[in-house]
Design a protein around this ligand. Sequence first.
Ligand SMILES: Nc1nc2c(ncn2[C@@H]2O[C@H](COP(=O)(O)OP(=O)(O)OP(=O)(O)O)[C@@H](O)[C@H]2O)c(=O)[nH]1
Ligand SMILES: [Zn+2]
Length: 295
Amino acid sequence: MEKGIVIDREAKYIGVYIPARNKIFTGIPRKKVLKKTKIYAGDYVLGEILDNENFSIEEIETRKNLLKRPSVANVDNAIIVQAFKMPPFDSLLLDNLLVVYEYFAVEPVIVFNKVDLLNQKEKNQLENIVNIYKDAGYKVHKISALNNEGIEDLTKYLKNSISIVAGQSGVGKSSIVSKLTGKQLETKEVSKKTERGRHTTTGVRLYKFGENSFIADTPGFSKIDALTFMDKREVPKYFREFSRYSCKFPDCMHTVEPDCKVKKAVKNKEISCNRYKNYLKIINADLGLLSGICD
Ligand SMILES: Nc1nc2c(ncn2[C@@H]2O[C@H](COP(=O)(O)OP(=O)(O)OP(=O)(O)O)[C@@H](O)[C@H]2O)c(=O)[nH]1
Ligand SMILES: [Zn+2]
């Protein structure tokens, strides 16, 4: 059987890219496949090439994850885009996105775009922020989609993977996708009216680029509140640097518990005060907890 990846999913149409042929076929799922599951962009499929255009889908490989917005399976990377200015860096949004994508088993990649706008002082300030996230255990790229800085490195980093871009309006998501793939990000509504006047969900496509890399044509979250998806007790494990510490209580929320190693680390400046503050905001804890720790 031949292996392919679903790269186009719109209404009934299933576009399957077969790497061995470097060509897109129309996927025709067997009934037994459809009985088991729907088919999503990002699905790895096995089947037979029927003719020049058609590919019969016999099997769908087990997904490692399935995002809803956009509807893409097997997403390896969430490229979380931020700018230092225009728009200003939103650390609370970034920290929320880091938590949520990790919860969905997607590896977050932080991308600071628009570095061309920064003077030396701002570059230094950005560097401090970058170091906080690198020290916390995240991958960080600094780029300028405008003048191509860092695009090649980012392309290399994303090889052999499926990615989506996320981040608030204006940070440069479309510009980045366009630099990576030569194609535009869709800014379509979640649902659009078809010619018959029915509302249907619009499709999702994956653009191929670089070395066997794919990126969704639809962006992910532009604002998010982690507690929409999970209980607050789950949040601490998605703050990567927190998990290096073993508190007295294994289920420590790092708020009012005695002998909390995370709070101690914040006080010792091993953990960033701003990260800890955002953590408290995300779990809706009392910010009064910061007094005596972050001054
Ligand atoms: N100076 C500078 N401007 C940039 C850069 N990347 C994007 N821009 C500009 O920033 C603005 C927003 O870029 P987009 O790519 O549309 O941002 P977006 O995140 O897709 O925005 P939404 O579609 O609103 O979600 C545009 O005017 C871009 O030309 C960059 O690296 N440097
Ligand atoms: Zn603790």
